[in-house]
Design a protein around this ligand. Structure first.
Ligand code: WQD
Length: 367
């Protein structure tokens, strides 16, 4: 079955890092994405950038997934055939300090979204899960059948969401659920127009490295030099965000054409150490990145990377971009946008489709 070019897909959290790149990939593939975002951890200026990038008007609504009535209205108004659910909070450390924020936004947000979908005709959902559900794996590469052992409230929320989706699918076969367990997304769109826009001090390796290279931070701390890995530093499966975005397109396509649910890893299948990232980045940018070794970071595991064979079999998708591509595109984004997105205009209200006054006080943020 071939899909109509106008198939409309709702992207909750579509203004965030992965959501915005997926928006661009969906447009490229001929879909009509609609962004629903509360901008609690994203910047409205991304909308202008997306318009520049795609040459199309960006369809978007400001609102919160915790507000099921509003989401249902959006789903019906645009006749959405599927939802990609990115909206959520995602800082592992913060989740330990503020677990209720995580359970409320991530688990509550999903339940609210699914309730909204139940009242509309839309029964296909792609869910942003994370490799963090595996915890510290007994071996690598990690296959989807490995046991899940979440080690933080954040990881626990992702696993709970997966369980909720599985229960729904078991209760009613009309539901089609695609669970995507992301490994470590990095990089940016090659145009340099959109990229990752962390607030405050970055938690993750690549944005920290780019901020050191651009002179915003003095040096990188490499957390741990005594792991049981080839060079002693942590090994991860870094994945170009455009490969990840295209993985979402493949997932939506699979749900809408083959009507089957799935849970797959999205990674490259290749483990890369912190020192390897650093030297690739120095090559791509031509800049030195000063660093020092520091103690291991609490909660980090020595190494993980994906078994990607199921994603390839189910989605016909595999990552094609290299570590050099990831570094080059991260650097282009950082260099051309040293302060991230400029302050953009607020989104004007549109009659009939606006957040209600009783919108939750603690809105969900954006993945
Ligand atoms: C990568 C490597 C660090 C920063 C996290 C979440 C995970 C997922 C992706 C959402 C590790 C080392 C890092 C620094 C360093 N998020 N590092 N200095 O921890 O693998 O995964 O982001 O789903 O859930 O846990 O990614 O980029 O933080 O770290 O040496 O300043 O870089 O120790 O080995 P991580 P990361």
């Amino acid at each position: 079955m071939t899909l109509e070019k106008t198939t409309t897909i709702l992207l909750t959290g579509g203004a965030g890092y992965i959501g915005s790149h997926t928006f661009a990939a969906l447009i490229d593939a001929g879909y009509q994405p609609v962004i629903l975002d509360n901008f609690s951890n994203s910047h409205p200026a991304v909308l202008d950038r997306l318009q520049q990038l795609t040459g199309q008007r960006v369809v978007r609504e400001r609102g919160d997934v915790l507000h099921a009535g509003f989401v249902a209205e959006v789903l019906r108004h645009y006749a959405c055939e599927a939802v990609i659910h990115f909206a959520g909070v995602k800082a592992v450390g913060e989740s330990v300090q503020q677990p209720l924020k995580y359970y409320s936004n991530n688990v509550g947000g999903l339940v609210s979204l699914l309730q909204a979908m139940e009242t509309s005709a839309c029964r296909s959902v792609v869910f942003s899960s994370s490799a963090t559900v595996y915890g510290d794996p007994a071996s690598v590469p990690i296959h989807e059948q490995f046991p899940c052992a979440p080690e933080s409230p954040y990881a626990q929320t992702k696993l709970m969401c997966e369980d909720i989706l599985a229960s729904l699918g078991a209760a009613d076969p009309a539901w089609r659920v695609g669970v995507l367990r992301y490994f470590n997304p990095v990089g940016a769109h090659p145009s340099g127009l959109i990229g990752e826009n962390p607030r405050g001090t970055p938690n993750n390796l690549m944005p920290y490295v780019t901020q050191v290279a651009v002179g915003k931070r003095a040096r990188l701390q490499v957390f741990g030099d005594d792991y049981l890995t080839p060079d002693g530093t942590g090994v991860r499966d870094y994945l170009h965000v455009m490969d990840l975005a295209e993985g979402h397109v493949a997932a939506v396509q699979a749900l809408l054409t083959r009507h089957q649910s799935f849970t797959v890893n999205l990674g490259t299948g290749k483990g890369v150490s912190v020192l390897e990232v650093l030297s690739a980045f120095e090559r791509a940018s031509g800049r030195r990145v000063p660093f020092e070794f520091a103690p291991r970071r609490a909660g980090d595991v020595a190494q993980y990377y994906a078994d990607v064979s199921l994603a390839e079999a189910v989605l016909g998708w595999r990552a094609t971009r290299t570590l050099d591509d990831m570094c080059r595109d991260s650097w282009r984004w950082q260099q051309t946008n040293p302060e991230g997105y400029e302050a953009g205009p607020d989104i004007p209200p549109r009659p009939g489709l606006r957040s209600r006054p009783n919108e939750p006080a603690q809105p969900a943020a954006v993945a």
